[in-house]
Every structure is written in C-alpha cells, then in structure tokens.
Design a protein around this ligand. Sequence first.
Ligand SMILES: NC(=O)c1ccc[n+]([C@@H]2O[C@H](COP(=O)([O-])OP(=O)(O)OC[C@H]3O[C@@H](n4cnc5c(N)ncnc54)[C@H](O)[C@@H]3O)[C@@H](O)[C@H]2O)c1
Length: 258
Amino acid sequence: MYKDLENTTVVITGGAKGIGLSTAEVFIREGANVILLDLDMEAGNLAEKNLGAQCLFIRTDVAKSTEIKNAIDKGIDKFGAIHHLVNNAGIIHYANAVTCKEEDWDKVMNVNLKSYYLTAKYTIPFMQKSGGGVVINVGSAQSFISSANMVHYTTAKSAVLGLTRAIAIDFAPMIRCLSICPGTVDTPMARNAWAEASNPEQIHQDSIDMHVLKRIAMPIEVAEMIVFATSNRCGFMTGQHIRVDGGLGIKIPGSVEE
Ligand SMILES: NC(=O)c1ccc[n+]([C@@H]2O[C@H](COP(=O)([O-])OP(=O)(O)OC[C@H]3O[C@@H](n4cnc5c(N)ncnc54)[C@H](O)[C@@H]3O)[C@@H](O)[C@H]2O)c1
C-alpha cells in the first residue's frame, strides 16, 4: 500500500505495547523493519517473537541517554540503516503543581519529552545518511486541552508540539516531522488508569462520552495515521499536528445535546 516504506527501518519507542505495538504491526505489514525500544522485557520479547525477523526488540529505558545511544547502535548493526523514528513512549501520573514531587515531574518529563529529543538526536544522523526520513512525535489531546491533576503530563505533551516544529525547521527538507495527537485510546495505559480510579466504570464511561464520536479509539486507528504520516503520500506536511481524537476538543462542554 505504501511502496516507499518497503525495506525501510523504523525506530519505535514504547513499541512493546499499546499504540507503539500496533504501529509496529502496521509498518511490518508495509514491508518495513522495526526496532522496538521499550522498558518492558516480557512484552518486548513477546512482540519480537510474534512479529518475526522484521522486528528487533532492545530493552531500553528511554529516560537514559546512553541506553538510547546503545540501542540505536545495535539497531544499525542488525538492519544497517534507519529511515524513520516514532517517538511514542509515555507514562501518566497524577499531581498538580503543589502536590507534584520534583522526582515525579522529572520522571514524566524525561520519558514523555526528553526521550523524544534524545532519540531524535541519535537517529537523525542515520536518517540523513539514508537520504532522509520522518520523525513522528506522539502528542495527545492534552497537547491542546488539559485534564485536572496532570500538570507534568499536559506540560510535556504541549512541549512535544514545539519540539515537532523545531525538528521540522532545523532538518528540512531532508527530514519531515509531525505530531500525532490521540484522544483516549484503548491501551494498557488507559486501562491501568481506569483501574486505579475509585470508580473505574464511571471514568471509562466519561472517557467515551467526552468524544463527539461517543467511543474511544482502538490503537490501530492511531497506528494507521502514524504510518500514513510517515509515508510519501503525506509528503507535503511538516511541523504540524494531526488530531486523531474522535472530536474531543471541538465541542464546548455542557452545550445542549440534540
Ligand atoms: N492511551 C491513550 O488514551 C493515549 C491518549 C493520548 C496520548 N497517548 C500517548 O500515546 C503514547 C503511547 O501510549 P499507550 O497508550 O500506547 O501507552 P502504553 O502504556 O499502553 O504503552 C506505552 C509503552 O511505553 C513503554 N515505556 C514506558 N516508559 C518507558 C521508558 N522509560 N523507556 C522505554 N519504554 C517505556 C511501556 O513499557 C509501554 O510498552 C504515549 O506517549 C501516550 O502519552 C495515549
């Protein structure tokens, strides 16, 4: 379907589960190789086993610069080149500016923002050697609007848009950079968040109701947009965000239902 992706190699952070894993599956369908950088050894090994020879999993803490650098080197040893990068790893944590511990602020910033810059830092030179490529940064509806009690998450996700513009400007025309911003997606992240709430069923239902489409997304719906945005069919877009959010954020809360 996307001929230009065939035989390319794509680095995906947080690729062992959720949106990252689904994205890996779609790239493999299109004939690409994937290098999955993820903290979760068990899920990563399972993904590698299921995805076969086109997949390399490297257990990596993307909050650590040296681990990312070593993983990229291992990926180059295996596949010989890197063409595209999907910055997707993320964690959530609840706190406001007063209750947030400094260590939790740093943790969320390191995974959700700093790792995007670091992984770009180590992969872009290889992408340039390959003749160019695309960096996708996974943002969120929270890049634009914010949930209560998520000061560090929403700050990091907003900054992802700035990083996207900076990379798009600094490495054009060889490298394009786009941010894909999902609404709620049915992944382990979302399910764990509901499970931790005092009223999981209500929170789940609220998540459904806040989307104009009256449902949450499946990971494949975000993955397909990431792969399309990486392909040449999306070749005249850079520095922008694409909202895959079921209409979350277009409606004024409390406005009268028909
Ligand atoms: N699920 C949603 O509703 C939703 C909505 C908007 C945006 N997002 C964003 O989409 C991205 C993917 O989220 P998801 O829902 O698939 O989450 P997920 O928790 O299901 O998967 C995230 C993956 O990142 C990995 N990870 C976490 N910390 C890491 C670290 N330090 N080093 C390496 N890997 C690490 C996890 O092991 C996991 O495999 C995140 O950036 C998230 O913020 C998710």
